[in-house]
Design a protein around this ligand. Structure first.
Ligand code: URA
Length: 325
């Protein structure tokens, strides 16, 4: 039960970091949550925002961009229980399964790269990351350390958060549902996965108490992995970095509790002297699959295309805008 609730709290924290202010919870989901938490049906929950739903505070609202005010968003249900992680009920509480998480060294790794061409240096870095003892120690049994992929001469370098379940199995970033959407976003820009470079803040999937679900990396984990990402950026020397979501921003710029995705997205920042656009993570777009959210992200990507000198057609300019006909 504890890990079920922790999963929900983690998800709410994650949404807050991504700029979500309120989350609608259906009565059915609330009832299920109460059952799991061992609270009697009928107990008072959060503040009701509209009939049949309850509102849970999660932070600032995402920016609306230039789009007309949309119809009320359909927000998702609370996360589903993961088999094996939820307790059967208060009477039969299972012991909390806390994985033995090895501590993260406070001294970041030293990167040693040979002189020479990009490919040689990148391969040496990849070897170092795949054999990094700290990374290997944190990877789940049977899973892989995940290193960046793509074109070493890429103009665009996308930075995500951390591998998920599919990524740690395959040892490649963004190969799950968020990756499929990222591929479509890149294709909409007139490019392809093979033409860009894709990396993550983290080289491993952060452990969770139940070893299922995802959680954002801690500042210590991000600080440990950052030199590896920085080295990839320095090898590729892209024209533009695209930070996908709050964790990418926190990992690259350092954590700042006052930072709000709704405020900073669509703006240019800089990392290692390279212009960096901030936008929402594809998972956020999947979660709130409204045209408003898609258009918001698309406007950020249009700015990237403009700065990269990528030609933009009229059709591309109008993606996700209401039809005028
Ligand atoms: N989300 C990320 O941020 N990175 C991945 O590699 C997969 C999902």
């Amino acid at each position: 039960m504890r890990s079920y609730l922790e999963g929900i709290v983690e998800e709410l924290k994650r949404l807050k970091r991504e700029g979500v202010q309120t989350v609608s919870v259906s009565e059915a989901a609330l009832t299920k949550l109460r059952e799991r938490a061992g609270i009697l049906a009928g107990a008072e929950g959060a503040v009701s925002t509209k009939p049949g739903t309850r509102g849970a505070s999660a932070g600032a609202a995402p920016a609306a961009g230039d789009t007309p005010a949309p119809a009320p968003e359909k927000l998702p249900e609370l996360p589903q229980e993961n088999s094996g992680s939820a307790s059967p009920g208060p009477a039969k509480r299972r012991p909390h399964r806390q994985p033995a998480v090895a501590p993260i060294p406070s001294i970041p790794p030293e990167i040693e790269l040979p002189e020479g061409e990009k490919r040689l240096r990148w391969e040496a870095l990849r070897e170092q990351v795949l054999n990094c003892p700290v990374c290997r120690e944190h990877v789940r049994a049977g899973c892989k350390v995940v290193f960046g992929v793509g074109n070493l001469d890429a103009t665009l370098f996308f930075v995500g958060e951390a591998p998920g379940a599919e990524e740690e199995k395959k040892g490649e970033p963004f190969v799950g549902p968020a990756g499929a959407l990222l591929d479509r976003m890149i294709a909409a820009m007139g490019s392809s996965r093979e033409e860009v470079y894709i990396g993550n803040i983290m080289n491993w999937r952060p452990e969770t108490p139940s070893m299922s679900g995802n959680r954002p990396p801690t500042p210590e984990e991000m600080a440990f992995c950052l030199p590896y990402l920085r080295a990839q950026i320095e090898i590729v020397q892209p024209r533009i970095l695209v930070a996908l979501g709050a964790t990418a921003v926190n990992g690259l710029l350092g954590p700042d509790p006052k930072r709000r995705m709704g405020k900073i997205r669509g703006q240019w920042h800089e990392f290692s002297g390279i212009p960096m656009m901030i936008t929402y993570h594809p998972s956020y777009v999947l979660r709130y699959a409204s045209n408003r959210v898609k258009r918001t992200v698309w406007e950020d990507l249009l700015l990237v295309m403009e700065r990269a000198g990528i030609e933009i057609s009229e059709k591309q300019r109008r993606f996700f805008l209401p039809s005028t006909r």
